[in-house]
Design a protein around this ligand. Structure first.
Ligand code: DQA
Length: 150
């Protein structure tokens, strides 16, 4: 059974009511339920963690070491600011897919740079809640292609 940790960064707890024109109306609880359901279909198990605090997300990434096969992360605004999250992902060296609800490259220039991207397998941005589902599937497909996990 593949174990995957899904991390949600700051302000994502307010999904559903937060700037719905940009982030949609789907709540975080619905996204988590969707991911749990999708994971079951592909023989994976998802654990989710949302925090508005950088250090808690860093701790979550550290705690995944030896417990999870990979990470899906929407670091929210920390995407653009956090060397600590980037370093945590590099430190645990777990395959990581970066996801965003909105298309970062259609938005303000300060959102065009990601500290996570250089340590991620890839990035999915702009598909709303589906970005998470696509990210989960991309990670599972990557992991299944690894000889030791197939
Ligand atoms: C976001 C994009 C970020 O720029 C923003 O700070 C967020 C959400 C997204 O999912 O589109 O909080 O990561």
């Amino acid at each position: 059974m593949l174990k995957i940790l899904v991390l949600h960064g700051p302000n994502l707890n307010l999904l559903g009511q937060r700037e719905p024109g940009i982030y949609g109306t789907t709540t975080l609880a619905t996204i988590d339920a969707l991911l749990t359901q999708e994971a079951t279909l592909v023989g994976a198990e998802v654990t989710t963690l949302q925090s508005n605090h950088e250090g808690i997300l860093v701790d979550g990434i550290h705690n995944a070491l030896g417990q999870c096969h990979g990470l899906v992360i929407n670091a929210g605004a920390y995407t653009h600011t956090s060397v600590a999250l980037r370093d945590a992902i590099a430190a645990v060296n777990l395959p990581t897919v970066e996801v965003h609800l909105s298309n970062l490259y259609k938005r303000e220039p300060f959102r065009h740079h990601s500290h996570i991207a250089p340590v991620a397998l890839g990035q999915i941005s702009g598909f709303g809640a589906d970005s998470y589902v696509l990210g989960l599937h991309a990670l599972v497909r990557y992991l299944r292609a690894q000889p030791d996990l197939a």
